[in-house]
Design a protein around this ligand. Sequence first.
Ligand code: MG
Ligand code: MG
Ligand code: MG
Length: 330
Amino acid sequence: MKIRHLQLFTATLASAWMSTALAVDPWIVIGHKAPDTDSITAAIAVAQLKTRIGQAAIATAQGEPNAETHYVLETCGLKAPEVIRSVAGRQVFLVDHSDYPLAPDDMKKAELVGFVDHHKLGGLTSEKPVEVWAQPVGSSATVIARMYAAANQPVPKDIACGMLAAILSDTVVFKSPTTTPEDRATATKLAEIAGIQDMQALGIKMFEVKSDIKGTPVAKLLRQDLKDFDMNGKKVAVAQLEMMDLSALSLRKPELLQAMNEMKLSGYHSVLLMLTDIMKEGTELLVLSDDPARIQTAIKATLRDNAVWLPGVMSRKKQIIPDLEVAFKQ
Ligand code: MG
Ligand code: MG
Ligand code: MG
């Protein structure tokens, strides 16, 4: 009889402990605003890995997938992460960014538990020790492959497909100067796991989807890959459109400048738009700024009618942002 009581008592204790354990919210894994393929697939991959090794985590995103990412998710058989805008009071693992302007607006009211990134650091702080995975490589997916290896966990087939697509997207099919040998090696391994024979073809298909902008309003085009920066107290937006061919966009330049102007009036010091031709490997940069001379100093080129062609420029984070940061400090 006594033993029966003891068993009941232990069972009650265990279930009470279980319900407290279950009541702890899972980590929120989230990428940057205006999510791209790397942000979306990184959230999926990190949430899967964490959950697999015993830390409940959910993949989320600060917006719906863009056309390219939508194609990738469908091709790989992955589900779009839940869209959330607020993270206050939650434990948050950031992916594909590590700065406040790109994080959810109430990030300072959340607890940062870690991040994986391949960009410049941007002033994140934390109250407790955090898990940090950052490398100057072509995509977050390349760093996440290291996380799986360190945890001794296999990358599932569907996630390998998504991570491969993220590398192809971020490195512009290995054409961007951000590409490292590790990105190529990781892509090859992921393609094997995903059973993808021709990764170049997948990359080209993704950029074809991305380049199909017929019927997309200019305001949407401007915002689909836009990043906000705080440059020495000035609010600067740098948007980018990567196209197989710029001719369709060139026709819409007056409309694009109009949309940039509307955005600038909402409180920006400068709004820049990179129209990147991935075949010609260069960028037509459109600029609206309170201080165009400062922008010209940064890009070492002269604007004509708010525009300039920059041969060889393909990467926002490596070829535009660092020079702007320097120019805004002067
Ligand atoms: Mg990104
Ligand atoms: Mg990225
Ligand atoms: Mg990009």
